[in-house]
Design a protein around this ligand. Structure first.
Ligand code: ASP
Ligand code: MG
Length: 691
């Protein structure tokens, strides 16, 4: 047995009724049907109004007349000849009774009109049809009796293919006609289904199932394909009009799934309300609302599929409302749903904001990441992606997927051969040769994010070729982390260059190691050699600290900085004055330290000179406009004395700073902050990936 219920708009006119007949006809070919119908749309409201008119008044006569006309119009379109006459006289008798009826029974007639027409039409179509009187069968608040009545009535008619029963109406135990409450036809259908242990219960309405919100309030609402009984009940109880809340209980108790379908789109699968295994991940089902006009508030309910983290969810709701400028008057979680109250005037905005946050921010794109290099930054990145994937998805619409993570040399060629276009290759190695693969990766449509400055500080032709490959293949090549770690330095320089702001000079204090050594030397009584040795022991320097003292790292950074500003600087064009002279290089490390110790008076003297002038020593890489030079800029790296008016004067240990002067800006742009730390670098790499 199948129970099919149709709502008021499904039977509103002859055209719609034809759709209903099609649906019922098809169903009847599968199995026997109980068709439960509402009154035609607007009829119940009209009958309630009728009950308020005076007996014998013209108003009452007019109302009855207009209702009769609407029904007769339907009859005239669906029937002809003797069948039409017969049906009209049966309806006429019903309408005649309306004049005499006790006012409180008037409302029960709408379903009598509609089902009388439906039953007649099905009979005419050749189906063995039987009209059931729900007023006799459905006894309000007496389930046992009701179920018995219904099953007996049906058992007595084994030949019948389609039973037609009015929804909504029932009787009290004493036989007085009554109703099951507004929207009660859904409930009638569930009662019939439960009484008959139906295999199928379908509620046909004018929307495609239970939606994530009322589409009238939230145009982007979508159908929820499966919903547990409890969630459907909560949606209905808290304002979703698509289903009358009492409907759920009889269906749930009998284990009958409720299929909610759209008469006007019969192939849409709609919503199936059924028993669902509790999933460990909560799915949000929808958001409904009821208005409390008395207090000028609206109560919203965000319904979950199962137990939720109430506090976190409340915060998320409040947050998204705040961003839309909506004040939350009250908010709480019942463990499964979130209840929110807002001012009545902003209910639509609130529904939309919550809907956007919980139902629309589904990730739009998936980014596959291939991470080369398992050092501190690589590991920090993997951890960071793992911890913040959900938040990132919500904020940016991107889901990050770590598709590969390796330090193997062959990894990059594997990525080139197997990674899908649009993936991101992340180079957090310090390989000097990996850059040779960049161009090929880009030509395969694979983006690159690199923190490896050795890969960028290559001869300009090769640097330019990588960029060209990126452009030509619609990919990005980003490396913000190569200079000043997470500080937004390259981004700022590029912005200036893009907007034709002419660079006058830049001074970069971007060597954490040298900065740390120089500031420590300034404050501590230890010798320069001791300070360098300590820095080496702490892992602050390269294994051979002379690489830092030589200015080699600073050189790489300056090349990258200059090129970002559009200056095709080459290594040989940079004047480097290392912290220590050539006699310190090319000798064993211990000998180096001995010489350094011996040269302490020189360092002392330098420091004393700086102190006397009220200056600090800083290791600065700079680029200055100079028309006598190859690209119009002079590039230098070396120790510099900076006085207290200089932004680098107050820099401490591992801080970095860059000071940019340009034509458009009357004052220099100063970017300063932490320049070291694996987590920081990982965050910056992540930003490059997401940008
Ligand atoms: N006709 C009734 C009403 O309008 C019952 C129903 O449509 O479900 O409330
Ligand atoms: Mg309804």
């Amino acid at each position: 047995m199948q129970v099919l219920k149709f709502g008021g708009s499904s039977v509103a006119n002859a055209t719609n009724i034809s759709r209903v007949l099609d649906i019922v006809g098809k169903a009847a070919r599968r199995d026997r049907v109980v068709l439960v119908s509402s009154a035609i749309s607007g009829c119940t409201d009209a009958l309630l109004e009728l009950a308020r008119t005076g007996r014998g008044s013209t108003e009452r006569a007019l109302l009855i007349e207009s209702l009769r006309t609407r029904h007769y119009d339907i009859v005239r379109r669906l029937f002809t000849g003797a069948e039409r006459d017969a049906l009209e006289s049966r309806l006429a008798a019903l309408f005649a009774r309306l004049y005499e009826l006790p006012e409180d029974e008037m409302v029960t007639y709408g379903e009598l009109f509609s089902t009388t027409i439906l039953a007649a039409k099905l009979t005419q179509e050749g189906l063995r049809t039987k009209w059931l009187d729900s007023r006799i069968l459905v006894i309000k608040d007496n389930r046992t009796l009701t179920y018995n009545n219904i099953s007996t009535a049906v058992a007595l008619e084994p030949e019948v293919e389609v039973f037609v029963a009015p929804g909504f109406i029932a009787s009290e135990y004493d036989g007085k006609p009554t109703t099951l409450g507004r929207g009660g036809s859904d409930y009638s259908a569930a009662i019939y289904a439960a009484a008959l242990k139906a295999d199928r219960l379908e509620i046909w309405t004018d929307v495609p199932g239970i939606m994530t919100a009322n589409p009238k309030d939230v145009p982007s609402a979508r159908t929820v394909s499966r919903m547990p009984y409890r969630a459907a009940l909560d949606m209905a109880t808290h304002g979703a009009k698509v289903l009358y809340a009492p409907t759920v209980a009889p269906a749930m108790e009998s284990g009958i799934a409720i299929h909610i379908l759209n008469t006007f789109e019969p192939d849409n699968a709609g919503t199936t309300v059924c028993e669902m295994p509790e999933s460990p991940v909560v799915e949000w089902m929808g958001v409904a609302s009821t208005d409390d006009t008395l207090h000028g508030e609206s109560l919203l309910c965000l319904v979950g599929s199962g137990p939720v983290n109430g506090e976190a969810s409340c915060n998320r709701v409040e947050d998204c409302l705040r961003k839309s400028g909506i004040k939350t008057l009250a908010i709480s979680s019942d463990g499964t749903n979130i209840h929110i109250s807002v001012r009545l005037a902003v209910v639509k905005e609130a529904l939309r904001a919550i809907h956007r946050e919980f139902f629309e921010s589904v990730p739009l794109s998936k980014l596959d990441l291939y991470i080369a290099g398992c050092g501190a930054v690589g590991n920090a990145l993997v951890e960071l992606v793992g911890d913040s994937a959900q938040r990132i998805a919500r904020r940016t619409g991107k889901t990050l997927n770590i598709a590969g993570f390796s330090h193997s040399r062959d990894f990059v060629s594997l990525v080139r051969k197997t990674a899908p276009r649009g993936s991101v290759f992340v180079d957090v190695t310090d390989s000097e040769t990996i850059y040779r693969e960049y161009e090929d990766l880009l030509r395969e449509g694979i983006n690159i994010v690199s923190s490896n400055r050795r890969a960028l500080a290559v001869p300009f032709v090769e640097f330019a070729a990588m960029h060209a490959a990126a452009h030509e293949n619609g990919c990005f090549l980003r490396y913000e982390t190569t200079v000043g770690s997470a500080l937004p330095i390259l981004e700022s320089i590029a912005a200036g260059a893009n907007s034709s702001d002419e660079l006058l000079s830049m001074e970069a204090v971007v060597s954490c190691t040298l900065n740390e050594i120089l500031t420590s030397y300034d404050y501590s009584p230890a010798s320069f050699a001791q300070i360098v040795r300590k820095a080496q022991q702490e892992g602050l320097t390269e294994p051979d600290p002379r690489i830092d003292l030589s200015g080699r790292e600073a050189l790489r950074k300056l090349l990258i900085l200059a090129r970002e500003a559009g200056v095709p600087l080459e290594e040989e064009e940079v004047e480097i004055t290392p912290v220590v002279g050539p006699e310190f290089f090319g000798i064993p490390l211990e000998e180096f330290y001995a010489r350094l110790e011996a040269a302490e008076p020189v360092f002392k003297a330098r420091e004393a000179e700086a102190d006397a002038k009220g200056c600090h020593q800083r290791f600065v890489a700079s680029l200055e406009k100079d028309s006598s030079r190859p690209h119009g800029y002079k590039a230098t790296i070396g120790l510099r004395l900076v006085d207290e008016n200089h932004p680098a004067y107050r820099l401490t240990g591992t801080e970095n700073a860059i000071i940019i002067r340009s034509a458009y800006h009357p004052y220099p742009l100063l970017i300063q902050g932490a320049g070291e730390g694996a987590k920081l670098a990982a965050a910056s790499v992540l930003n490059d990936i997401l940008r």
